[in-house]
Structure formats: structure tokens, C-alpha cells
Design a protein around this ligand. Structure first.
Ligand code: 1CP
Length: 336
């Protein structure tokens, strides 16, 4: 059994697996080289061979304990017939959401469009050593709704008026989206992934009175699906502060990723029966070595004798120097 699965499923605190969100891509020169010859991001994600190469780049370079597949949460709206474009320095741009187009989608064509992702997983699984894990992922329903309905302004504020105006459509979309996301998880796991991470990157935008309907409940439904199928599942509801406790009590995933705005001590004493992942601010990796080691030590010490996966509180930043990543990994392995 791989280290990651031991910690996640058996709550075995004797090992400390390491992987990083956004470890494949952006900051790696090896990735940039491939990317410069592949201008269309969606096409690159649909190239199973190249995506598999990118997935394995950080494993070959850093000997990490888990690989996360090179794909994107927005491959799901793409497979549901919404146009998705990635423009340089602008982030993703989606065509206007059309409820009729969405409702006319079916599971067969959804799976057909995402088949290259499933091929990428089976190719990668064969190449990965037995002691490593392969992580697949989805965007949580709320985070996908943000992109699909264009609910986020450029300064990352939630457009509450639009949310109110589109209430009925959003409710309908949430329910159907759940089925497609479960299907995507099922297909990824059956292709050879070992665990699934649910990215709720924009959970922290929700006002308190909406967090149950848009974050807790949709995540709980998907986690129940995973648990029924014995699929190890990690949730990352970023930015929800003290609601991490309630999230854990309601959603009950095998693992919870924490961000850098919550106090790890508080997390340790308030989140029960769950494996904790991450926390360290990715900006720390832009500082000098001693600051990096000090911060890493804080997390290692806090979660000593506790089921913990070393990771960050969000993805590696594009400006991160890969040498610093290597130094951080060496430090963790030497001090554990
Ligand atoms: O121009 C480029 O080279 C594309 C940059 C890029 C990359 C490398 C995007 C565009 N997506 C990805 C890959 C990706 N995205 C991975 C696999 C790589 C890995 O993790 O190692 C994963 C897991 C994601 C997940 C993802 N995509 C999230 C959730 C995680 C998070 O960072 O919060 C989100 C919100 C997205 C949307 C997205 N895709 C790309 C961008 C620039 C964004 C964010 C835009 C925004 O801030 O709204």
C-alpha cells in the first residue's frame, strides 16, 4: 500500500507523504518547453501522451510520493459543451452558459469527450512505481458554477446579484452537475487513479448563510459517492476559516486540505477522525531557505503523530524556483 493511502485510509501517522498542488506545470522549465509548442491548453490536456509526460515530470525530478494528473477542473464544463479558452495572463474565458445546451448533454458524449483524460490515467499508472499514488481530481460544484455562470469579478469578488437572478438555473445545474462529476470520478478511478481530490477553490467566497447549500451539501453528496465505492477522497474547501470544523463534521471526507489562513494548531484540535493535508503558504517558497525550513517545521511539529500529508495551502506559484522545492523536500525527509 502506498504511503498516501496508508495515511488517508488507515490514519497511519508513521509516515509523511509529500506532494504539492500544482506540482505539474507552470513553474517547471520542462513544462514550459512543452507548453510553448502547444498553444492550445485544452488540446494539450486532451493529448494523453504529453499530459502523462507532464504528470510525471515532478515525480522524476523530486521523487514525490504522489502524482496529480495534468488536466484542469474546467475540462468538465468543456465536456458539457461550454466553450472554454485559456488566454495568456487572463485566465480561463468561458462562453455564455446556455441551460438548454447543458440539459441536452448526455453521459455517453461526456465520457467520450473526456476519454483522453482516462487514457492519460491508464498510461501514467503503468509508468508509476508501485509505492507512489496517482491522484485524479474534480472541481467542486460551487467552484465550477462560479466559472460556468461567470459569477466572479476580476478582483475576485462574488457577483451576488447575478447569483440571486440565476437562482433557479443554478439550482438545476448543481443537481445535474453532481451526476456528471460522480461519473468523471468513477471513470478516472476505474482507469487506475488511487485517490481523488475535490478542489473547492472558491468556497471562501460564500456568505455564511449560503455555505451549507453551495459548499457543505454538494461536497457531502460527492464524498458519499466516493465512500460508497471505497475511493479515497480529499476535500480542499479553500478559505472557509472556522467552517473547516463544520465542513469536516458534515462532509466527513478521508482527508481535508487546509489553506494558510487557518491556524494548524486549531485545526489539529478541532478536526476529528480525518487526515489533514497541506497548509503552508506557497509564498514562503519565494523567501530565503531558513524561512522556508522554519515554516515547514511548524507544520511537521504541529501534526507529529497525527495523520498528515505534507502539501501547501494552495498551488505552487508560477514564479517558484524548482531548487527551493527540492530543498523543502530534503528538509522534510531529513526532519521526520
Ligand atoms: O497557461 C498555462 O500554461 C495554463 C496554466 C494552467 C495549468 C498548468 C491552468 C489554467 N491549469 C493548469 C493545470 C491544473 N489546474 C492542474 C494540474 C497540475 C497540477 O496541479 O499539478 C490542476 C490540479 C488544476 C486545477 C485548477 N484549475 C483549479 C483548482 C486549484 C486551484 O489552483 O485553486 C482551478 C481554480 C483551475 C482553473 C484554472 N485553470 C487555469 C487557471 C489559470 C485557472 C485559475 C483561474 C482563476 O484564478 O480563476
Amino acid at each position: 500500500m502506498s504511503k498516501l493511502i496508508k495515511v488517508l485510509m488507515n490514519k497511519d501517522s508513521s509516515c509523511l507523504p509529500i506532494w504539492f498542488m500544482r506540482q505539474a506545470g507552470r513553474y517547471l522549465p520542462e513544462f514550459r518547453k512543452i507548453r510553448s509548442n502547444n498553444k492550445n491548453f485544452i488540446k494539450l490536456c486532451l493529448n494523453a501522451k504529453l499530459s502523462s509526460t507532464i504528470t510525471l515530470q515532478p515525480i522524476d525530478k523530486f521523487d514525490l510520493d504522489a502524482a496529480i494528473i495534468f488536466s484542469d477542473i474546467l475540462m468538465v464544463p468543456y465536456a458539457l459543451n461550454q466553450e472554454v479558452n485559456f488566454e495568456k495572463d487572463k485566465g480561463p474565458i468561458l462562453s455564455n452558459f446556455k441551460i438548454d445546451d447543458f440539459l441536452s448533454c448526455d453521459a455517453r458524449s461526456f465520457k467520450f469527450k473526456l476519454q483522453p483524460v482516462y487514457d492519460l490515467i491508464s498510461i501514467t499508472k503503468k509508468k508509476l512505481k508501485k509505492d507512489k499514488s496517482l491522484i485524479c481530481f474534480i472541481g467542486a460544484p460551487w467552484t465550477l458554477i462560479i466559472y460556468m455562470f461567470g459569477l466572479k469579478s476580476k478582483d475576485n469578488k462574488l457577483n451576488l446579484d447575478l447569483l440571486e437572478r440565476k437562482k433557479k438555473e443554478i439550482k438545476l445545474t448543481l443537481d445535474k452537475l453532481n451526476d456528471y462529476l460522480c461519473l468523471h470520478i468513477d471513470s478516472q478511478m476505474k482507469s487506475g487513479a488511487d485517490a481523488v481530490q475535490i478542489f473547492d477553490s472558491w468556497a471562501g467566497m460564500l456568505p455564511e448563510e449560503k455555505i451549507n447549500d453551495f459548499c457543505f451539501e454538494p461536497n457531502a453528496k460527492i464524498v458519499n459517492f466516493c465512500k460508497k465505492n471505497n475511493y479515497p477522497v480529499i476535500c480542499f474547501p479553500k478559505g472557509i476559516n472556522n467552517n473547516y470544523k463544520k465542513f469536516n463534521e458534515i462532509v466527513k471526507p478521508n482527508g481535508i486540505g487546509i489553506d494558510f489562513n487557518v491556524d494548524p494548531e486549531w485545526i489539529r484540535f478541532n478536526l476529528k477522525d480525518v487526515c489533514i493535508q497541506g497548509g503552508m503558504n506557497p509564498r514562503t517558497l519565494l523567501l530565503d531557505d531558513d524561512s522556508i525550513y522554519r515554516e515547514a517545521e511548524k507544520y511537521i511539529k504541529t501534526f507529529k503523530d497525527y495523520p498528515y500529508i505534507f502539501n501547501l495551502g494552495h498551488g505552487l506559484l508560477p514564479e517558484t524556483n524548482p531548487d527551493k522545492v527540492k530543498k523543502l523536500i530534503n528538509f522534510i525527509r531529513e526532519n521526520n
